[in-house]
Design a protein around this ligand. Sequence first.
Ligand code: ISL
Length: 567
Amino acid sequence: MAPDWWKSAVVYQVYPRSFQDSDGDGIGDLPGIRRRLDHLERLGVDVVWLSPVYRSPHADNGYDISDYRDIDPQFGTLDDLDALLADLHARGMKLVMDLVVNHSSDEHPWFVESRSSRDSPKRDWYWWRPARPGREPGTPGAEPTNWESFFSGPTWAYDEATGEYYLHLFDRKQPDLNWENPEVREAVYEMMRWWFDRGVDGFRMDVINLISKDLALLDGVIAPGRTLGDGSPHDIGGPRLHEFLQEMHREVFAGRTGLITVGETPGVTLEEAVLFTDPARREVDMVFQFEHVGLDHGPDTKFRSRRLQPGELAESLTRWQDALADVGWNSLYFANHDQPRSVSRFGDDSPVHRRSSATALATVLHLQRGTPYVYQGEELGMTNSPFAAIDDYRDLESLNWYAESLAAGAVAEDSLWGLAAVSRDNARTPVQWDDSPEAGFTSGTPWIAVNPNSAEINAAAQYDDPSSVFSMHRALIALRHELPVVAHGTFRRVDAGDPAVFAFERALDDDRLLVVVNLSSEPRAVRLEASETERWSSASVLLANLADASASAWADLRPWEAKVLRA
Ligand code: ISL
């Protein structure tokens, strides 16, 4: 197997809680996933990335781990995990686990021991600090820094028993591990080796660019409208980050083959992404960048989002394609368990345009240079959920922000409106398998409501329909496997004379593809330069999302029309 086999692979993300329930408790589980492997095989994906299934109190749906070497009883047992791994391998698919080691759960024995006393041998495994000089410990404003947590409120929790604060960039139940301590690093590496010895094929590394912090722990700037400071310049991309990743590579990956690693790196810049993914540096194979999923965020909070202008998405994607053209590698994604549904956000989920916009987005997703990630339900064109009341939501990020905004005087309807477009729960409703009650997800009551459009949007209705969103993803995935130009070709944006039209060429040796996509709900004219018109004059249609696509590169496009021409 080529060391860069993942360039022609497609990854499918399973969010286990919402994939398939097997025992009627309303929560998806490992035996449930095993039951649905036909779906994944039919789709044609190569790798399954499993969001966390480890033992956890589930403050953040498993991103708060209390035992890295066991499976949470909600999801099954280690035997179930081994069985899933064996099933996937038997079908030629690989399994990637989620590695959440910026923080653990506060219920992890490491943290329990760490908080037990200031003299605990594990005290230094986490970030313990005294109150700000001159301030009464435990009172508002006495936190060691003014940083705001990703999930609202301060990043420091006061521990009365020992009179100090611990750092938590996320929830207070997710204390940050201290990577400065070599014992912490060795414990993580040992755990990773343990999973590799068990047979897993890689890791998706949660917020891996947060593991090194600037030891000065300086206050952050307080933006207009906020009361707490922005800690990100001090806690993202810290001074020892690349050193830690290279050490991890030496300690865990050296001598192992056939693996895949992807770092989740919020706020990563183009320049840093090249450093992370330059193979010569031996850090990770690729990273998730966040530029395109931040374009619609409001200035002070993602919950005051705006609709993108035509062209903004394509421009951002092009920048990343160009920056990693020679060195490094992109991960391609429009959706995951933290983002709203891609068809509702970047497409148009109204009945007229839902299918065409979902397939147009799929065309862009799969045909760029990089490794595509499909998030469960995206291959069906699943939409955001019409949650109406705050009680419909489950995610702590949404619930905390709602409470905070009401406390700051916001009107409830406005805050609900903010949540509706952006809440992570949009992506977490159960997968819609068929038109039966609860969409075939569970025989019980689902932990979060099934989207009421499941009778219309579901897997069973799409398998045999060649025009379905599922069929389009399947065809695009097959194209990556069949044509080296999709996996390995160069990328070049082609000016189509209208910012809403995303046109790009992929080329490898003599093979040339032209991808032309109308990323809007209106018809668009295509105006190519004369040299391009000539270049594509004898092209034919390889794939299209609407019937009767014209083979002319310069033909006008219908709303959300997407086509792939081959020279
Ligand atoms: O969704 C976000 C908040 O607006 C992101 O900033 C998200 O918190 C960030 O991408 C990190 O995500 C990862 O780590 C979190 C976890 O809640 C997310 O589910 C995970 O993907 C903490 O482990």
